[in-house]
Structures are given as structure tokens and as C-alpha cells.
Write a protein that binds this ligand. Structure first.
Ligand code: PAF
Length: 282
């Protein structure tokens, strides 16, 4: 069975041993409750590195007080099985105290990229993500780290943080993994009841519509946004947080669909907030 460690010290010792043998190390940061989306990241990491560390840590500082920190799904035994069968070598599963000991007072704060999209409704979220990912990078010191394109804004932010703070790590983005009916895989899908699960398909339907419009030559961002908004509003259980068209690297809103473009949506289905997106290069 895969080795699980809970301290920074043990993780560093293991990675040091590997590096002394000249082995490369990949890191897959996760909050656990792993699904096929995470598994695709782990697979890619296993293909591209000699050793792979998966961190499993529900990071309290990226949740606002009104969010789902307490109820966020957790299942370390299932996570161990998935990591083991996918070929990962080590799980780093720290406690909140290990990551944020008494007196913890240093945070990574990004000025740009964090204000639009999810940053509007979750203003403290990305500070928490950058801080924990920065810590994980320093603890594991991987050669490469793997993040899903489903969290496209997070991926853009991590790439910017790595550039700005000179982390010597290659960031690898991996495609969105979907259920057979189109719903993007997410640990939060487990919150959906049967009716909500059906209603949640409106996200991938709206994404498909947006992709088709752009593929057919639509370049007016507002037209794409309006069509996708109208589509989502046909679903009575859906409540839009945002539908937006932004530059994929800077996350600045765009009027014209041109360059590397991220079309991103966040929609509440009942109480569950789901996200989806597509990226297109024109
Ligand atoms: O994407 C996630 O699961 C989290 O935001 C991350 C990157 C593991 C940081 O807690």
C-alpha cells in the first residue's frame, strides 16, 4: 500500500532520498476525495516523473466562513487506493496544525488575476490557494506540478505565482474530465441530489453552446455570454454566479473573442456552486 506521511519533516526526508538518487519528482496537490479528474493528473505525473507525491489536504484558509469547509467530502482510504493503483509513491496528508502552526502569519497575496470570475464571489479564496500551494512547493520541491484545467483561473494564478516568485517548477495543466453525460468531474458533485444532478447538465450544455458559437465565427463576447446565460436560465434549479469571457492568461474581461480566451461559468444548482469552462485560441 502507498506510504502516507503527515509531517513536513517526513515528506522532505523522502523527497531528499529520491533526489539524492537523481530521481525526478512530480507533485499533484489535491483536497482529496479523489475522482477520475484527479486520477488523470496523477497518471500524467507518473508518466512524466520518476516519483509522484499527492498532497491530500482540505485547506481551511481557502474557504470563507460561509463555505463548505466542514462538509467538504473526505475519504482517505479510498484516496489511498486510487493513488496506489495509479502509481503514485507518497501521500502527504498533513493536519491543519502542521500546515498552519500557532502564530502563522505569512500569506501570498496576488494583486491581479484574482479579482474577476471566482474572485468576485470568493474574494479570499485565491490568497488561501496561493499560500498553501506555495507552501507545498517549498515542502516537496517538485520538478513539475499538475493542476486541472477545470479550475482554469486557479491554473492561471499558479502559473503567474510561479513566474512572479521564481519557483523553479514546471506547471502542467491537464484537460477537464467529464462524466459520460458531460458533467465536469468534481468532488462537489456528491452534494447534488437526483434532480440537481440532472439539472447540473445545464453547465456542460451551455459550455457546448458557447464552443459552437465561437467555432462558427462569433467574436462578440457579449453575444456569447448572452446566449450561454439564456441557455442556463432555461433550467429552473440553476442560479448564475457568472458567465464571462476573459483573457486566459491575465483573466481580464474581453469584448472580442480573440487570442487565448477563457469562457468560464459558475452556477449554483440548489446550494451547490459548480464551475465549468472552455479555452479557445483564435
Ligand atoms: O484545486 C484544489 O483542489 C485546491 O485548490 C488545491 C490546489 C489543492 C489547493 O488547496
Amino acid at each position: 500500500m502507498i506510504k502516507v506521511v503527515s509531517t513536513v519533516c517526513e515528506t522532505r526526508a523522502q523527497v531528499k532520498e529520491w533526489k539524492n538518487q537523481g530521481l525526478t519528482v512530480g507533485l499533484v496537490p489535491t483536497m482529496g476525495y479523489l475522482h477520475e479528474g484527479h486520477q488523470s493528473l496523477i497518471k500524467k505525473a507518473v508518466e512524466e516523473n520518476d516519483r509522484v507525491v499527492v498532497s491530500v489536504f482540505v485547506n481551511p484558509i481557502q474557504f470563507a466562513p460561509n463555505e463548505d469547509l466542514e462538509t467538504y467530502p473526505r475519504d482517505l482510504e479510498a484516496d489511498k487506493r486510487l493513488c496506489d493503483s495509479t502509481g503514485a509513491d507518497l501521500i502527504f496528508h498533513p493536519t491543519p496544525d502542521e500546515m498552519y502552526p500557532d502564530g502563522f502569519s505569512t500569506h501570498i497575496q496576488m494583486d491581479n488575476l484574482t479579482k474577476e470570475l471566482c474572485g468576485k464571489t470568493r474574494p479570499t479564496h485565491f490568497g488561501g490557494v496561493c499560500t498553501v500551494v506555495g507552501k507545498l512547493f517549498n515542502i516537496v520541491q517538485p520538478d513539475k506540478a499538475y493542476f486541472g484545467q477545470k479550475d482554469a483561473q486557479q491554473l492561471a494564478i499558479i502559473k503567474r505565482m510561479v513566474r512572479d516568485l521564481n519557483f523553479d517548477i514546471e506547471i502542467v495543466g491537464c484537460p477537464i474530465i467529464r462524466e459520460p453525460d458531460g458533467l465536469a468531474k468534481s468532488s462537489r458533485n456528491t452534494y447534488l441530489n437526483a434532480d440537481e444532478r440532472k439539472a447540473a447538465l445545464i453547465l456542460s450544455k451551455a459550455i457546448k453552446l458557447g464552443e459552437e458559437l465561437v467555432a462558427d465565427g462569433e467574436r462578440n463576447a457579449q453575444t456569447v455570454i448572452k446566449a450561454m446565460t439564456d441557455k442556463i436560465n432555461t433550467e429552473p434549479l440553476a442560479r448564475i454566479d457568472y458567465v464571462n469571457v476573459v483573457d486566459a492568461l491575465s483573466i481580464e474581461p474581453l469584448d472580442v473573442v480573440k487570442g487565448e480566451v477563457l469562457v468560464a461559468i459558475a452556477v449554483y444548482i440548489g446550494k451547490t456552486r459548480l464551475i465549468d469552462n472552455f479555452i479557445t485560441a483564435i
